[in-house]
Design a protein around this ligand. Structure first.
Ligand SMILES: [Zn+2]
Length: 229
């Protein structure tokens, strides 16, 4: 959260006469001893016994360079140990998953696994709240390649790329919309070619003006209001 946002919230709290909850101490999941480690989720000899039947956090990492690629949490609650928390979540990763879109995180993790064999480690947490807190702090701190803080399905780099492309497209579009009062433009309603100064301005349109001339617009509004000119 940026400092400005935080300040705004604090101001808001003061106005309301309330008090902000005390902030909890920061945690660092990756420096904690995992409850299971070095698991190859897609190996032929993989066994579900290697995954704890509990909720907790998990991380996919590249063992060669010790880079954490994705951090997640699994909080599903079930009486069936085989369908609980980490086991249930990791089932989705292991399944063939034809339902997964190529942009889904699960598919991205699989693609990354195909490139460089990722391994998995898991941490069991005492309760679901802790689980979320550890996950959140770890993502904020380590910013793993495939994580996007929040619920976005794109990584931070992809998001940046898209933003850059979009603003370039916008600039390209705007370059062709410079308003010039002497430029000629044909009105599709009255079929006359008139100067741009005869059109109402609209900076989002081509040439910076509306498509119909002022004359036609006036007539249109007059008609709508049931008045004659
Ligand atoms: Zn016209």
């Amino acid at each position: 959260m940026s400092k400005n946002t935080l300040d705004q919230i604090c101001d808001h709290k003061q106005i309301q006469g309330g008090f902000m909850l005390a902030s909890l101490p920061e945690t660092d999941l990756l420096s904690e001893e995992p409850d299971a480690d070095g698991i190859d989720l897609w190996a032929d000899n993989f066994s579900w016994d290697s995954i704890p039947g509990s909720y907790g956090c998990y991380a996919f990492y590249d063992p060669k360079v010790n880079e954490t690629v994705y951090i997640g949490s699994a909080c599903a609650v079930s009486h069936d140990v085989a369908q609980r928390g980490l086991r249930m979540r990791l089932r989705f990763y292991r399944g063939r998953g034809t339902r997964n879109k190529p942009t889904s995180t699960i598919q991205k993790v699989r693609n990354e696994y195909a490139k460089r064999k990722l391994l998995l480690r898991c941490w069991i947490s005492e309760n679901i709240g802790d689980c979320r807190k550890y996950e959140h702090d770890a993502i904020e701190k380590h910013k793993p390649l495939l994580n996007w803080i929040g619920t976005r399905s794109v990584t931070y780099e992809e998001h940046k790329d898209r933003k850059r492309k979009r603003s370039q497209q916008y600039r390209d579009r705007m370059a062709g919309t410079q308003y010039n009062p002497n430029k000629k433009k044909r009105c599709p309603h009255c079929k006359k070619t008139k100067k741009c100064s005869e059109y109402a301005k609209n900076r989002f349109k081509k040439l910076g003006v509306k498509s119909h001339c002022k004359q036609c617009e006036r007539e249109k509004y007059a008609q709508q209001k049931g008045r004659s000119l």
